[in-house]
Design a protein around this ligand. Structure first.
Ligand code: UD1
Ligand code: UDP
Length: 358
């Protein structure tokens, strides 16, 4: 079986590492990097740390408007797919790289499989929501991380090819946490004590592209008075600089950190504040309270369990939540058993002869 895997953004490298490891044990994988993320700390570091084989192709698309970025990806991906004629095209998550991969494969009539299918925020102002809806509609196999994702698809009339496999990011965390605990010295480097700081990340378009939202988040983080570690996505750094938004002295701005350091920062934080999908789940798996800087989430199980609190971008709500949020209940295991990657490969294998197109 030959699979072309399409990745381009930070969380996709982590997801693909899991599937790639299982896939390459007995199959051929062509790894296509669109180049959506390109800084060393947004891309290469994940390949190094997770032992992901170097991409066979890097389209080097880089940053641009949604239309231009997606269009350039489409042209490059089509060329590779025509040349490689894979049995499966594998796409991950909800970025513009996911959308371009889905469109290119579907237009060529090639079998398409989507990892992390069925997630919905029900907020169409998010670019990710549009990417998800299109990718799911076009996919022949849909690998869902949660039962809620399966239900979301059923409500849209999508039931064929849907498989609940668990979350590949949970597989990734289980595999990498022991390595991080052995190898990372980030706490020492930053002079941090376990539970002696808050960890924050901000990068969603709705939070970085609207000045009042970004300013309110920084105001809230600054007003907590606690040490806040904030590894900055380049998008956020640019927005803060452009608008002259400053952070209080308690907020320590860092470059993006590698995955292993990130896991250690998460595990030892007193509390996490984030608008990231992946970070919300990692907080849950690590048993660290999470305050989500959005009004809704795709990862509703973490909220239902009481470990994730949605506060949006109000500075007052952020400060109040940091002061009072102390979840203690169970954290039900609703993200699988840590074998999602293996399950995905088995389903791809067993479906390869029954493929719908080509
Ligand atoms: C993208 C995804 C988002 C995902 C996130 C993961 C889309 C529409 N969004 O958002 O779903 O959660 O990745 O991190 O696909 N930049 C750099 N260096 C880089 C990459 C980006 O400086 O290596 C800067 C550029 O100014 C760029 C901006 O960040 O314009 C945004 O990058 P882009 O890839 O368009 O979107 P993300 O915000 O990273
Ligand atoms: N992450 C990281 N370094 C950082 C910030 C995030 O390694 O400085 C990891 C994080 O642990 C998670 C993934 O990147 O595994 C999440 O990516 P991101 O927040 O960029 O995207 P999202 O999950 O929201 O799509």
């Amino acid at each position: 079986m030959k699979v072309v895997s399409i990745v381009g953004a930070r969380p996709q490298f982590i997801k693909a590492a899991v599937v790639s490891r299982a896939l390459r044990q007995r199959h051929q994988e062509v790894l296509l990097h669109t180049g959506q993320h390109y800084d060393d700390l947004m891309s290469d570091v994940f390949f190094r740390e997770l032992g992901i084989p170097l991409p066979d192709v890097n389209l080097g698309v880089g940053s641009a408007s949604h239309a231009r970025q997606t269009a350039e990806m489409l042209v490059g991906i089509e060329q590779v797919l025509v040349q490689e004629r894979p049995d499966w095209v594998l796409i991950y998550g909800d970025t513009n790289s996911t959308l371009a991969g889905a469109l290119a494969a579907a237009k060529l009539g090639m079998p398409l499989a989507h990892v992390e299918a069925g997630l919905r925020s029900f907020n169409r102002s998010m670019p990710e929501e549009i990417n998800r809806v299109v990718a799911d509609r076009l996919s022949d196999l849909l690998f869902c991380p949660t039962r809620t994702a399966v239900e979301n698809l059923a409500r849209e009339g999508i039931t064929a090819g849907v498989h609940w496999v668990g979350d590949v990011m949970y597989d990734a965390l289980l595999a990498s946490l022991p390595i991080a605990q052995q190898g990372s010295n980030i706490l020492k480097r930053l002079g941090l004590e376990p539970a002696g700081y808050l960890l924050a990340t901000v990068h969603r378009a709705g939070n970085t592209d609207i000045r009042e939202n970004l300013a309110a988040i920084l105001e809230g983080l600054s007003a907590t008075g606690e040490t806040v570690i904030l590894p900055l996505h380049p998008r956020t750094r640019r927005a803060m600089a452009g608008w002259g938004i400053a952070a209080g002295e308690n907020v320590r701005l860092l470059e993006p950190v590698g995955y292993l350091d990130m896991l250690i920062l998460e595990q030892n934080a007193r509390l996490i504040l984030t608008d990231s999908g992946g970070v919300q789940k990692e907080a849950y798996w690590l048993g660290v309270p999470c305050i989500t800087l959005r009004e809704e989430t795709e990862w509703v199980e973490t909220v239902a369990a009481g470990w994730n609190l949605l506060v949006g971008t109000s500075a007052e709500r952020i400060v109040e939540a940091v002061r009072t949020f102390r979840p203690q209940g169970e954290r039900p295991a609703c993200f699988g058993d840590g074998d999602a990657g293996e399950k995905i490969v088995q389903i791809l294998e067993s479906s390869v002869d029954r493929k719908l197109h080509v």
